[in-house]
Design a protein around this ligand. Structure first.
Ligand code: VAH
Length: 320
């Protein structure tokens, strides 16, 4: 069985659907802290599971015969700055609980998402390489940096096969993000279609690394299916897709929705965005497991609008 924590989140929703498609819906157990999720329950098991409940984690891993875990449960950067204690508990203690329960139950493979949020003011600004200094300024980024080293410690100490990707901002049409600094890049599409205007919480010139969800999901599964011996990175792989500023994204969307107007009102998330690199280099992912993004700004915008215009059922991700 493959168990996914944080299955109701922006990445979780899409990964569960892709994993069920690829491995069979009966093999994938979606879990999250919420009582239920009708979309995820349509085609497969959904269980309420709080990663802070250690006893329940071990019980579920053992009873359900869990062989692989995608541990996605986390509080994102913006929410984490507003609830630092909760972010640390869920992101850090949650990861440690999962790692220890997985070790005890001999789970064979674990995926855990890190983020470009591990980089900061002392890291490389553009073309930030795998080996760049980490310098997280958010509780979220600190928990992801510490998590990377915990994952490597479990790999070195117990030989557990843990694999990880430092995701850029994820852009998706199936599930809205919750509490991220890069969420503007999803919100703008909905507002452009619904109202023709978007009030952006970042400055128009704020360039950030981004990744379109179909690329993110494919890359994650490619990493998880790569031969273990090929993998040289045991903290977390840099992964780059595309990068753009709110102004560039708005200009591209206007090719489809000419009347779109955008106003800019930077808030507390501007300082978080300013601490992150404007671009990422992912040579190790390309070398070790053949990573190659397939979407650029033009094709991503076209695909996003095509799906949203078809009014693909939106799941509102419950935000803490
Ligand atoms: C966030 N979407 O904004 C997440 C991600 C790099 C950004 O970690 O917190």
């Amino acid at each position: 069985k493959i168990l996914v924590t944080g299955a109701c989140g922006q990445l979780g929703t899409e990964l569960v659907m892709a994993l069920r498609e690829r491995y069979g819906w009966e093999r994938v157990i979606a879990t999250d802290v919420y009582d239920a999720n009708d979309k995820l329950m349509q085609k497969g098991a959904y269980m309420k599971l709080d990663v802070l409940n250690v006893r329940r984690l071990s019980y579920v891993f053992e009873r359900m015969g869990v062989g692989q875990i995608y541990h996605l449960a986390a509080v994102l950067s913006a929410s984490g700055e507003q609830n630092p204690e909760a972010a640390w508990q869920i992101n850090m203690q949650g990861l440690l609980n999962v790692l220890e329960a997985a070790r005890a139950q001999r789970v064979e493979k674990i995926f855990w998402p890190s983020s470009i949020a591990v980089f900061g003011p002392e890291s490389m600004r553009a073309a930030c390489v795998q080996q760049s200094a980490l310098d997280p300024t958010t509780i979220y980024g600190i928990s992801k940096m510490a998590g990377e080293y915990w994952c490597r410690w479990y790999y070195n100490t117990y030989g557990i096969d843990i694999r990880s990707i430092r995701y850029p901002g994820l852009i998706s049409y199936s599930a809205k993000p919750g509490g991220g600094t890069t969420d503007y890049a999803v919100d703008i599409f909905h507002k452009a279609l619904e109202e023709g205007h978007y009030g952006c919480f970042l400055r128009d010139t704020t360039t950030l690394p981004m990744l379109y969800m179909p690329d993110a999901v494919r890359g994650t599964i490619e990493l998880m299916e790569a031969p273990r011996g090929q993998l040289s990175v045991h903290t977390s792989y840099n992964l780059a897709g595309l990068h753009f500023s709110p102004r560039e994204l708005a200009t591209e969307i206007r090719k489809h929705i000419p009347g779109l107007t955008v106003s800019y009102h930077p808030d507390f998330r501007q300082a978080i965005a300013d601490s992150w690199p404007t671009g990422i280099l992912d040579l190790e992912a390309r070398r070790d497991w053949g990573w190659e993004p397939q979407f650029d700004l033009e094709t991503m915008v076209t695909d996003m609008l095509a799906h949203l215009k078809n009014d693909v059922h939106q799941i509102d991700v419950p935000v803490e």
